[in-house]
Every structure is written in structure tokens, then in C-alpha cells.
Design a protein around this ligand. Structure first.
Ligand SMILES: Cc1cc2nc3c(=O)[nH]c(=O)nc-3n(C[C@H](O)[C@H](O)[C@H](O)COP(=O)(O)O)c2cc1C
Length: 169
């Protein structure tokens, strides 16, 4: 898929068919994440992937108000920031954001449905306990991943570019 096409095609998908996602596709998505830029090439992103253990997947899903659709995902990619390797908090959070967007675009290329979950950060402590992740890692987001249903996701609107412009001299 051409890059602009993928950027346009990406949309949050919140309905999954229940079919399994290929392990190889998940690996390609994670690798795409690691190709993101990061301050000083620090690569402070870390991933906890939950796919096989459906009980654990449901327990993590239950940590967000969006649990109904998250429980139907086949895979959850929990994205962490390694605080011990971090050199500048804001810049490292931005790098993790770039990593997440790369993964969302890769999921689009793989014809998978994906949704960036931020609300779950309210229950980051519970997610940590479930995953048994050390507290040097801070949860940045969870990506819900699954084969999409045939129903087309309605496109969200965007502000006209003019409204986003502060200056163009
Ligand atoms: C930081 C961040 C947090 C988000 N958290 C959630 C979330 O918790 N639940 C959810 O359903 N969507 C979440 N989203 C997805 C947004 O709702 C979505 O990107 C936005 O409405 C635009 O729609 P689109 O992704 O289809 O273009 C989040 C997106 C971002 C970037």
C-alpha cells in the first residue's frame, strides 16, 4: 500500500471478527514500531503482547471502560516506556507515540483492525499487576488488534487544515 493511502485508510477499528491474527503479522507490526524515530535513538519502547492467554486478555480488557469491544480483540499490545533508559520524559513519550502510530499503520497494511487505547491508563497499576511488569516500565497505551468485521468503520471527521494553522509565512 502506498504511504498516503495507508495514512488515509487507517482508522480506529472497534469491531473484530474473532478470527486469530497470525503471529508473523504481529511480529511485523512490532518491528514496524521499533523503526520509529526516538530522541538520541534511545528506543525506550517496550512491548507486552497478550494473545494466547485469553483469560489474561479479558482481565486486561476489563481495566478499561471500553472492555466490551476490547474483550473481542485477538491480541493486545501493551506499550511501555522504560523509565530507566529514558533521557527526557516528554521526548521519550513522543517517541513512543511515533512507535504506536507506526504499528497502527502496519496493522492497516496487514488489513487488521486496531485501536489505540488511552483510557486504560487510569488503571495502569492493575494492568501492571496482571502482566507482572516491573515498575521501571510505565504504561503508555494498549493497542487492541483483531481481524476486522466486514462492517465498514465510519470515518471520523477532521478539522479543516486552515483551523490547525497558526502561521504560514
Ligand atoms: C492518545 C490516544 C488515546 C486514545 N484512547 C482511546 C480509548 O481509550 N478508547 C478508544 O476507543 N479510542 C481511543 N483512541 C482513539 C481515538 O478515539 C481516535 O483516534 C479518534 O477518535 C480519531 O478516530 P480515528 O482513529 O478513526 O481516525 C485514542 C487515541 C489516542 C491518540
Amino acid at each position: 500500500m502506498e504511504l498516503y493511502e495507508a495514512i488515509k485508510a487507517r482508522a480506529s477499528v472497534r469491531e473484530y471478527s474473532g478470527s486469530p491474527v497470525e503471529k508473523a503479522a504481529i511480529k511485523r507490526i512490532l518491528k514496524a514500531g521499533t523503526l520509529a524515530p526516538s530522541g538520541k535513538n534511545g528506543q525506550i519502547w517496550r512491548f507486552a503482547v497478550v494473545q494466547k492467554n485469553k483469560k489474561l486478555l479479558r482481565e486486561i480488557a476489563d481495566c478499561t471502560v471500553y472492555k466490551d469491544f476490547v474483550r473481542a480483540a485477538d491480541c493486545l499490545i501493551c506499550v511501555y516506556l522504560d523509565k530507566e533508559e529514558s533521557y527526557h520524559y516528554i521526548k521519550d513519550c513522543q517517541a513512543v507515540g511515533a512507535c504506536i502510530q507506526n504499528m497502527l499503520l502496519a496493522a492497516t497494511e496487514e488489513k487488521l483492525g486496531a485501536c489505540w487505547l488511552g483510557e486504560i491508563l487510569n488503571r495502569a497499576a492493575d494492568v501492571r499487576k496482571l502482566l507482572k511488569v516491573d515498575d521501571r516500565y510505565e504504561l503508555m497505551a494498549v493497542i487492541a488488534l483483531g481481524k476486522p468485521t466486514f462492517r465498514k468503520t465510519p470515518r471520523t471527521t477532521r478539522k479543516p487544515l486552515k483551523e490547525c494553522m497558526l502561521l504560514n509565512k
